[in-house]
Ligand binder design. Structure first.
Ligand code: SF4
Length: 360
């Protein structure tokens, strides 16, 4: 075994012994290759098994407005992209798709929108609050909301209406790189909004994007920051270059960067929710993400619903590949099983009570 392999081996052993690996140790794991990478994935699976058994939670995705006032350079739905598909679903359409998702067996609905000016400029965010109240009353599943930056009082209002999670992604945690991605959106404002959401009693998800000029040190920094912030769910996705955006001609990153990031997230934060998104590589990419240590499958969208995904707006949706029926046999083939809503609620309650709380 060469020096690099034996260092990676040692880091995996320390993670299994419960050590919180410091940030300077993480780039070596993120750069693992071949057999070294297999050792990192195996360690991540072992750590998932210790904290989560064979349980994987399935999340429905409801992208209810694709309008946005922002111009993130990586995003299909940026304001300046004339090629972007635009829609704003009615409350009845949102409730109906959430009902379909609940009936199919997801444990959570992720209500997502761009920073739609019509919704953000609505006094008191009344329409948004009404939407989550209607979904909560009708569907009764745990809810995540991904609405962009919101003021503190709106976050408190969402929690009072039963929302469990606030997702707000930094994507990169190195301010210079961030400034090239989220144009005109202050870095600190997103950090502050996640803090306000926590104080309002919401669980918080942050996430990182790879393939945007990030190095293994940038990814290690993101992982260390998300661990320190105490995000209860942490995700990584790869850039999918989008037509009509400044990053349209960027070379797609290797899948391995995302898979190793999932595994290192698991080594660094074994007790947290870590998604395998169907939005990047579709159903064909699911096994690799689960084998890297993910314990959540996200971006399930009902076929024929007219709702879109984010990175791959349509990939596999109308073919039924992003459905519970398509995912469950693939879980079973790996010795995994879908978690129930009751199990999921129990995990959320433990997080809130502190018994399963994340270290910050
Ligand atoms: S990433 Fe979100 S905030 Fe940025 S342009 Fe896209 S929809 Fe808008």
């Amino acid at each position: 075994m060469n020096e690099r392999s034996s260092r990676i081996d040692g880091l995996c052993r320390r993670a299994l012994e419960g050590a919180a690996l410091p940030e300077p140790d993480l780039p070596a794991l993120l750069e693992a290759r071949g057999g070294e990478a297999e050792a990192v994935y195996a360690t991540a699976r072992e750590m998932r098994a210790r904290h989560w058994g064979d349980t994987i939670f399935l999340y429905g995705f409801v992208y209810f407005s694709t309008y946005c006032r922002n111009d993130c350079t990586f995003c299909l739905y940026r304001a300046g992209n004339a090629a972007s598909p635009r829609y704003r679903k009615t409350l009845a359409e949102v409730v109906a798709v959430c009902r379909d998702l609940a009936a199919s067996g997801v444990v959570l609905v992720d209500l997502t929108m761009g920073e739609d000016p019509q919704i953000h400029d609505d006094p008191g965010h009344a329409g948004l609050l009404e939407l989550v109240r209607a979904v909560g009353d009708d569907v009764g599943l745990p809810m995540m909301i991904s609405p962009g930056l919101l003021p503190d009082e709106a976050l408190s209002g969402l929690r009072r209406r039963g929302v469990d999670w606030y997702a707000l992604y930094q994507e990169v945690h190195t301010p210079e790189l961030y400034a090239r991605l989220r144009l005109g959106q202050p870095f600190a404002a997103r950090v502050a909004a996640r803090g306000a959401a926590r104080r309002a009693g919401l669980l918080v998800e942050d996430g990182m994007l790879t393939g945007v000029g990030d190095t293994s040190r940038d990814r290690a920094h993101s992982i260390a920051v998300m661990r320190r912030e105490g995000c209860a769910q942490v995700r990584v996705m790869s850039l999918v270059p989008q037509a009509g955006t400044p990053l349209a001609t960027t070379t797609s990153p290797r899948d391995e960067a995302e898979l190793l990031s999932i595994a290192v997230l698991r080594l660094a934060m074994p007790e947290r929710f870590i998604p395998a998104s169907l939005d990047v590589a579709g159903i064909g990419g699911l096994e690799g993400r689960l084998q890297a240590g993910a314990n959540v499958v996200t971006s399930l969208v009902p076929p024929g619903s007219g709702f879109l995904g984010v990175s791959h707006a349509e990939l596999g949706i109308d073919e039924g590949e992003r459905s519970v029926a398509s995912v469950v046999p693939r879980l079973r083939a790996l010795g995994l099983r879908p978690g129930s809503v009751e199990e999921y609620r129990g995990r959320l309650a433990a997080l809130r009570e502190g018994s399963g709380a994340v270290a910050s």
